[in-house]
Write a protein that binds this ligand. Structure first.
Ligand code: NZQ
Ligand code: ZN
Length: 383
């Protein structure tokens, strides 16, 4: 039976890609804007990016807010919001990884909202307007630089939630692979796995005959598999530029157009970050194998296709394909159980389930195939 595929697609982010392209930033910034430069814990001050930004921003009206934490929290971001309002900023330049970019999206929406800005994150209020923003990416992983999604935490309530709006789509993103040069191996590996799981969650469901979407997903997954296998080449331009584009393409929209999607690995992973502070990419390598084993029957056809087209292993049974993914994660020194990530909590499975339940009925996976009982089995398997 043919599945009808329908979608709207408008990716409005202008991408300036390539080594040395940080020099293009000057031509991208709106001339008369009052700019907030937003960044994280200071990596840009240690690797020379900050100096380049200062030169580019000379002549503009700008001020800065540094200190956005990984897994950005409203508790910190609200100080930046106060600054935006007090100094009447009308453009945000986010320089960093997914956390800084997502933080900028929160601020862009919050600057136009009069109530408690958490309403926007919890989707109690829609994003009705947002400040324009641009990005200089320094960590290839999330794809946040060219999508309208943000993931924001509230530490006081152990919340980590996703919200999205086309209004949060960055106007431009500078993807200069030179900026990846100072990333620790751990963050590079996190990035490979995050991007791999983004492509997987839009691909590993069931076949609907979407030849182009499948082909794009397989190209991205194959590239990431090769980059994982060639991890010792990570300081070469060839590795970095492929990594930067693969991560961008994994979540800039095209792979998932009109096809069934899963996102259960991300949903459960967010809880592991909220409870135990585990890096985003590492939560995914912990959750995904257990989830695929639980849903192996529903995902069998796509797992076989992945074995043939991504792992060059035609004829693999679905369980073997899952094992290949586990090998790939282990090769990158990523955890595949909570214990691997250094968490020793005998009550972990209950804690995770309680937090998942708190946000409503548990129905995860494509078409809600995972009910609460199945989710609990997945959680017990990695705890
Ligand atoms: O804060 P600084 O000092 O800059 O250090 C950061 C941070 O400690 C460091 N770093 C970044 N660029 C560097 C660098 N260190 C040296 N050299 C550089 N060039 O790396 C650390 C981690 O940064 P972070 O931004 O937290 O990492 P990532 O890009 O993995 O972002 C993770 C966040 O994005 C969310 C995650 O949930 C998490 O909160 N996600 C956002 C998505 C989206 N908006 O579409 C989708 C993803 O699935 C994900 O959920
Ligand atoms: Zn992710």
């Amino acid at each position: 039976m043919t599945t009808a595929i329908r979608f709207d697609h408008h990716n409005a982010t202008r991408i300036c890609f390539g080594a040395g392209r940080l020099s293009a930033l000057g031509g991208l910034l709106p001339e008369h804007a009052r700019i907030l430069l937003l960044y994280g814990g200071g990596s840009i001050k240690r690797n020379g990016i900050y100096e380049q930004l200062c030169q580019t921003l000379a002549g503009h009206d700008w001020n800065e807010f540094g200190g956005v934490t990984p897994n950005p929290a409203v508790e910190v971001l609200n100080d930046a919001l106060t600054q935006i309002r007090a100094t009447r900023r009308d453009f945000i330049l986010a320089v960093g990884g997914g956390s800084v970019i997502d933080g900028a999206k929160y601020l862009a929406a919050a600057a136009h909202y009069d109530g408690d800005s958490w309403d926007l994150v919890s989707s109690k209020a829609p994003v009705a307007a947002a400040l324009p923003m641009g990005v200089v990416l320094t960590l290839a992983a999330t794809g946040s630089e060219a999508n309208g999604t943000a993931v924001i935490s509230r530490l006081s309530s152990q919340d980590k939630l996703t919200f999205r709006s086309p209004l949060l789509q960055p106007r431009f993103a500078v993807l200069d692979p030179d900026t990846l040069g100072t990333l620790p191996d751990r963050q590079l590996a996190n990035g490979v796995v995050d991007a791999f799981v983004h492509a997987s969650e839009q691909y590993l469901t069931y076949p609907v005959g979407a030849l182009v979407q499948d082909g794009c997903a397989e190209a991205v997954l194959r590239a990431l598999r090769q980059l994982a296998q060639r991890f010792d080449e990570r300081h070469a331009l060839d590795w970095r530029q492929n990594m930067m584009w693969a991560a961008n393409q994994a979540l800039s929209g095209s792979i998932g157009l009109g096809v069934p999607q899963d996102w259960a690995t991300h949903r459960i992973g967010r809880v592991l970050t909220a409870l135990y502070g585990i890096d985003h990419g590492r939560t995914l390598s912990i959750v995904q194998p257990a989830l695929l084993r639980e849903a192996v029957a529903e995902k069998a056809a796509k797992l076989r296709q992945m074995g043939e087209r991504v792992f060059d292993a035609p004829g693999s049974v679905p369980e073997q394909v899952i094992e290949r993914m586990v090998q790939l994660y282990r090769q990158l020194d990523m955890p595949v159980t909570l214990a691997d990530a250094g968490v020793a909590d005998a009550d972990a499975a209950n804690q995770v389930m309680d937090l998942l339940r708190r946000d409503g009925a548990i129905r995860l996976g494509e078409n809600g195939i995972l009910d609460e009982g199945r989710v609990a089995r997945i959680v017990r398997a990695f705890c």
